[in-house]
Design a protein around this ligand. Structure first.
Ligand SMILES: [Zn+2]
Length: 332
């Protein structure tokens, strides 16, 4: 027995010395990077379309309600905590309706997991994703005002597309990179609309994305990437880096360019839009190894309920009757 305890003591001693020797190193490295910074480092967006749609319908239904305090983002966070981020459509739609019943009886969503750290995490994560998706809008041409979806599907009304949940798949072309976006197949020349308004941060040729556009949201929390745009005529006339665009505005045209150092080169695969959505909680996540890209499959299905009407005018297609955010300096 004595030997046994001596061995344990020896072991503990050695481990403590090792820890003592390496901890300062790792701590310093960590401290440098995260000095005064407490931000989200990863988000795994797994909310299915059906849940987004159901939560959205409740959000619109109870918007402005004096009695039922429903909130789209909080409801999603409630579900993610409840199901451990493993969504099941039928079960979670029922959980949502049960939640609404309890809210009708005077409960608040925060009553359930208000002090839970995971709940706070999901509220912040889903706020970063959906902050500009739903709200008050005005259609300037018609004077219509409303509350609802105000971000847009990338394909306008009447244009076919086909897609599947392909986020994180292995890529072709021999590049060992995970697919950090969503491919939407369609016809070459289909006008592509900005999902959300923002500032153009990238525009031009990229050896992977071909003719592409990067748009950063006005609140800087999201960045959208539209790639493989059309050979010879990828963008609407005069669009350039630094310009601001609004949600639904036509920015370019579907194509099949990319995977070449040579500009304006078409790939040998079916034409498609590669759309990516990136979350930025801290500037160090904007570019480089810390980028956070999320699955857009459910999001694009959700956005199919708001597709822009476009018409051709001179050289380009233009969207009309767009929903613009009420009282926002972002509608330029
Ligand atoms: Zn892609």
């Amino acid at each position: 027995m004595g030997t046994f305890f001596r061995r344990i003591a020896y072991f503990v001693c050695v481990v403590s010395m090792l820890v003592a020797a390496f901890l300062p190193l790792t701590n310093t490295a960590y401290a440098e990077e995260s000095q005064n910074k407490d931000f989200i480092r990863w988000v795994d967006n797994k909310v299915p379309y059906e849940i987004l749609r159901s939560a959205y319908e409740y959000d619109v239904k109870y918007h402005g309600s004096e009695t039922v305090d429903f909130d789209f983002v909080k409801a999603l966070a409630y579900l993610a905590v409840k199901n451990g981020n493993k969504f099941q459509i039928k079960r979670d739609i029922k959980a949502l309706s049960d939640l609404v019943l309890s809210l009708q009886k005077g409960k608040q969503i925060d009553d359930y997991f208000g002090s839970n750290k995971y709940y706070k995490y999901y509220v912040e994560a889903y706020t970063a994703i959906f902050a500009q998706f739903i709200g008050d809008y005005v259609v300037e041409e018609t004077g219509e005002v409303g509350y609802g979806l105000k971000n847009y599907h990338p394909f306008p009304k009447g244009y076919w597309f086909n897609h599947a949940d392909d986020f994180g798949n292995a890529r072709n072309y021999g590049f060992k990179r995970k697919h950090l976006g969503h491919d939407m197949y369609g016809s070459i020349g289909t006008p592509i609309c900005a999902v959300e308004g923002g500032t153009i941060t990238e525009l031009g040729w990229n050896r992977y994305g071909g003719w592409r556009i990067g748009i950063r949201s006005f609140d800087t929390k999201r960045s959208y990437y539209y790639a493989h745009l059309r050979k010879n005529k990828p963008y609407i006339e005069d669009l350039k880096k630094g310009d601001t665009v609004q949600a639904g505005q036509v920015i370019g045209y579907l194509g099949v360019t990319g995977y070449s150092y040579k500009e304006n080169n078409n790939m040998s695969c079916p034409p498609h839009l590669h759309i990516g959505m990136q979350l930025i909680f801290d500037e160090c996540q904007y570019q480089g190894p810390k980028e956070i890209w999320i699955d857009m499959y459910g999001i694009t299905k959700f956005l199919s309920h708001n597709r822009a009407e476009v018409h051709k005018q001179e050289k380009d297609y233009h969207a009309e009757n767009l929903r613009k955010t009420v009282n926002s300096e972002w509608n330029r």
